[in-house]
Design a protein around this ligand. Structure first.
Ligand SMILES: Cc1cc2nc3c(=O)[nH]c(=O)nc-3n(C[C@H](O)[C@H](O)[C@H](O)COP(=O)(O)O)c2cc1C
Length: 373
């Protein structure tokens, strides 16, 4: 027998949540949020005090949020909920603070930080593709010292988990960035981006060779004595299980799966790239099915907690990643379409789990069974 629940729940800002849950087997949830999301901009001093936009917090949601436990554990780290904003799509968090209530997110990952500031790639840096987006930002960032001096003191006013994304072109670069961050307060962990070219091995990606991954993770692990170390894997590998095992054995506390896919878009008329660089990284809904499989392959290879990301837009996407074994997800490209995407996912997840009470998060985790076909 298949029972079905259909509900239309009012949400703030004239949005409506349409939920259809087919009970029996794995509940299938169809969710769609419509309507405007008007928010008042906060001024700088409000942001400094950690204030949040009033319209993000209608009173009925605060009470339902309080009743639902969405917290997740990633190794020793407990997060308020499983929704984090992804590196490179959420700046240093502060740029979003006037629109998004940072305190409601599970956390966010900073733009990738390097030893020295990087200016980045020439424009255009973004190009829309079917169900996705290409980017070639060139890892622009203010450099780790400016991050610690200028961004972290402001971020400390917020009650959210800040994870610093770290990259380098040599192992020494990675170690130096972590060394500078270790002395600073206000972070809960590091995420190592190993999808960067290793200049010492002729530009080969660190993340595509298990030996390279083991070396960089092990060096970072020794440098990161105070905080958990997540390792963000490259999707451009033949066997992600091998890479995941290398990272886990070298001391990774969690694995983030995965980064963007190298891709290109050209204009045949001009014979030029659509981006300032010849190639870029593909992200958004187009990559979700590919990355979902990578997450599943990774869960089969290691016991280390996994954070899934790639094309997360809806609560259904979140639950899909959890069902193949992820402990949490990150939201990237969706924040370009709507800067509040990650917070809205927290709202919707809270509403779905709190009001329908159809299932709890831990009932979804690892739910996927390969025999289903
Ligand atoms: C514009 C842009 C910049 C990014 N910068 C970084 C970065 O600095 N470090 C990193 O590890 N990942 C970076 N990423 C990758 C994202 O964090 C994420 O892994 C990827 O976009 C897939 O998730 P999505 O489909 O939800 O966007 C960037 C992605 C985009 C779109």
């Amino acid at each position: 027998m298949t029972a079905s629940i259909r509900k239309s729940l009012p949400l703030p800002g004239e949005r409506t949540l349409h939920v259809e849950i087919l009970l029996l087997l794995l509940p299938k949830t169809t969710i769609c949020v419509t309507g405007p999301s008007a928010v008042r901009r906060l001024n700088d001093s409000e942001i400094l005090r950690g204030a949040r936009p009033a319209s993000c917090y209608p009173s009925h949601e605060v009470s339902s949020a309080g009743a639902v436990d969405l917290s997740v554990k990633i190794g020793a780290l407990r997060l308020r909920n499983p929704i984090l904003a992804a590196s490179g799509t959420f700046g240093y968090g502060l740029e979003f603070a006037h629109l998004v209530d940072l305190n409601r997110l599970g956390g966010f990952v900073t733009k990738g930080l390097s030893r020295e500031p990087i200016e980045g790639a020439p424009a255009p840096r973004l190009y829309p593709t079917p169900s996705g987006m290409l980017n070639a930002v060139g890892l622009e960032n203010v450099g780790v010292r400016a991050f610690v001096a200028e961004k972290l003191p402001v971020l400390r006013n917020f009650d959210t988990a800040v994870i610093a994304n770290v990259f380098g072109y040599t192992i020494e670069d990675y170690v130096e960035v972590i060394r500078v961050l270790e002395d600073a307060e206000g972070l809960v962990g590091y995420e190592l981006n190993v999808s960067c070219p290793n200049v010492k091995t002729g530009g080969m990606l660190f993340g595509s060779d298990p030996t390279c991954v083991a070396e960089v993770v092990s060096a970072a692990r020794h440098a990161a004595s105070k905080r958990p170390l997540w390792v963000k894997l490259s999707p451009l590998v033949t066997n992600i299980g091998l890479i995941a095992r290398a990272a886990a054995e070298a001391g990774a506390d969690a694995l983030t799966v995965a980064n963007t896919y190298p891709a290109m878009a050209i204009d045949f008329r001009s014979g030029k790239s659509r981006l300032g660089n010849p190639t870029g990284g593909l992200s958004g809904p187009a990559i979700k099915p590919i990355t979902l499989r990578l997450v599943w392959e990774t869960t089969k290879a290691v016991k280390t907690p996994i954070i899934g990301l790639g094309g997360v837009e809806t609560v259904e996407d979140v639950l899909d990643y959890l069902a193949v074994g992820a402990s949490a997800v990150q939201v990237g490209t969706a924040s370009f379409a709507d800067p509040r995407a990650s917070e809205l996912l927290v709202d919707t997840l809270t509403t779905v789990l709190g009001r329908t009470k159809a299932f709890a998060l831990n009932e979804i985790r690892d739910k996927f069974q390969a025999e289903n076909g």
